[in-house]
Write a protein that binds this ligand. Structure first.
Ligand SMILES: [Zn+2]
Length: 260
C-alpha cells in the first residue's frame, strides 16, 4: 500500500466563504504555523508528501517553499485560493505555475484545483501539467459530490487524474475533514484497510493543524490543532508498522510506470 499524503498550502480564506472577517495577515499565519507543524511531523518519521501551493502563499514564504521542495514534491494550487478556474483566463494558471517553478527552481507536474474548481483537462494539459488531483469521488452531497466518477487513476486529454482516496463501495472519504469528524484514528485505519487499490491520496490543509478560532461552522473547526496532529501522527505510526510506503504523487506515478 502506498500512502500519498498531500497538503493544500493556501491562504486560509475559508472564513470569508462564511462572510466572516479575517485579515490577510491572519490568513497566512494560520497556514504558515500549521505548515511548520506538519513539516516537523514528516521529518520525524522521514516520510515524503506532496504540497500543492498557491502562488500567493509561495510569494509570502518563498524560502520555505524552496526548502520544502528539496525533500517533498511541490504542486500547483492556483494563483489565489479564491480563483475559480472554470472562469479565469488560462494565463492566470500558467503564470502561477511558472512563478512557483522559478521560486523552487524545479518543474511542477501536478495540479489541485482551489475549492475544487478546475479549468478542465484540456486546459491543464496546455498549461503543461502532467497530472491532476482534484477529483473527490465521494459521497458528500454538494460541491464535492462525484459519486459516479472513477476512484481509480485514469487519463484524459493527456492528463492523468489521481482521485482522492475513498473506501470501496460506500466511498467514504479519507481526508483531513473526515479524520477530524468521523472518529479519528479508528476511522482512518478502517478506511485504509477497506481500500482495494494499492494507493490512497489523502488530502489535508496546514491550517487544520492550528486551532481554528473563527466562528466558522463546528464541523470545520472540530478537532483542529493538537488533536488532528496527534491523529495524523498515530496514523503514520500505524501505517509504518504495516509496512506501507509514503510517497509523493509524482514518485508514485513514476514507480508504477504510469509516466515515463
Ligand atoms: Zn485549497
Amino acid at each position: 500500500m502506498n500512502i500519498l499524503l498531500s497538503f493544500d498550502v493556501e491562504e486560509f480564506d475559508l472564513p470569508r466563504e462564511f462572510n466572516l472577517k479575517i485579515s490577510e495577515e491572519e490568513m497566512y499565519l494560520q497556514s504558515y504555523q500549521g505548515l511548520i507543524r506538519v513539516l516537523d511531523l514528516l521529518d520525524k518519521y522521514k516520510i515524503k508528501a506532496t504540497f500543492f501551493v498557491t502562488l500567493n502563499f509561495a510569494r509570502k514564504h518563498p524560502d520555505l517553499i524552496r526548502e520544502i521542495s528539496e525533500k517533498h514534491e511541490i504542486g500547483c494550487h492556483g494563483y489565489s485560493h479564491s480563483d475559480d478556474y472554470r472562469f479565469e483566463e488560462p494565463k492566470r494558471l500558467t503564470d502561477a505555475k511558472k512563478e512557483v517553478e522559478k521560486i523552487i527552481k524545479k518543474k511542477i507536474y501536478g495540479f489541485r484545483a482551489p475549492r475544487g474548481y478546475g479549468p478542465g483537462f484540456k486546459q491543464l494539459s496546455k498549461a503543461g501539467f502532467v497530472y491532476d488531483s482534484s477529483l473527490h469521488p465521494v459521497f458528500i452531497p454538494g460541491r464535492y459530490f462525484h459519486f459516479f466518477e472513477s476512484r481509480r487513476i485514469f487519463k484524459e486529454d493527456d492528463i492523468i487524474e489521481m482521485p482522492w482516496g475513498t473506501s470501496w463501495f460506500f466511498r467514504l472519504p479519507l481526508f483531513g475533514f473526515s479524520f477530524r469528524n468521523f472518529g479519528g484514528l479508528i476511522y482512518a485505519k478502517a478506511m485504509t484497510r477497506m481500500n482495494d487499490l494499492d494507493y490512497i491520496v489523502e488530502g489535508f490543509h496546514p491550517w487544520e493543524f492550528v486551532k481554528v478560532t473563527q466562528k466558522v461552522p463546528f464541523y470545520i473547526k472540530k478537532n483542529t490543532g493538537d488533536r488532528i496532529l496527534k491523529i495524523l501522527e498515530k496514523y503514520i505510526q500505524w501505517c509504518l508498522s504495516k509496512g506501507y510506503d509514503f510517497k509523493s504523487c509524482y514518485s508514485y506515478l513514476k514507480d508504477e510506470n504510469i509516466i515515463a
